[in-house]
Design a protein around this ligand. Sequence first.
Ligand code: ZN
Length: 180
Amino acid sequence: MNRVNKERHVYIFKSPEYFRRFFPNEQPLLKIGMAKDVSKRMEDLRGKCGLFDLARVSDCEDRPMEFYWKVEEVVHTELLNFRRLFNCKKFRNAKGTETEHQEWFAVDEEAALRTVQRWRRFTELEPYDENGILKDHWSRMIQPKNMEHPDAEEQWNDSQSRDIRWTKWLDEGAKECDNV
Ligand SMILES: [Zn+2]
């Protein structure tokens, strides 16, 4: 495969009406995933899972990337506390039981978008070598002494403080990166 063929988009999907109808007492979930053809993935999910109003959260910084899987991995890790199993109402496996889908998050759109865009920006600084291993500069940046640690009073679901903390870390790393 050539380089372009390996590139994928990281997307955020929402399906607000679906979740209001089937899970009225819960925060609507968002799916954060990766695809080569986002429209096709959306069509697949609409049909397979009955997500009738599935739509993409608008993302003006979207572009296909080679290290899309790193973006997704880091985003999923940051949002781990918001991850939910989505008990699909339509798709049943071979045994006829309901299927639980991965990659769904009870997080608001803005926080999801900020997270995706931040780690996309990080990945564009080419912090990984060809094997997906962090280069020296960024390995140093993730040492505990080079990271700010959340204050005791920061709540686990305080997306804004978390965003500020990581954005600062990224900006500092990017600045030093230029000087290496
Ligand atoms: Zn499904």
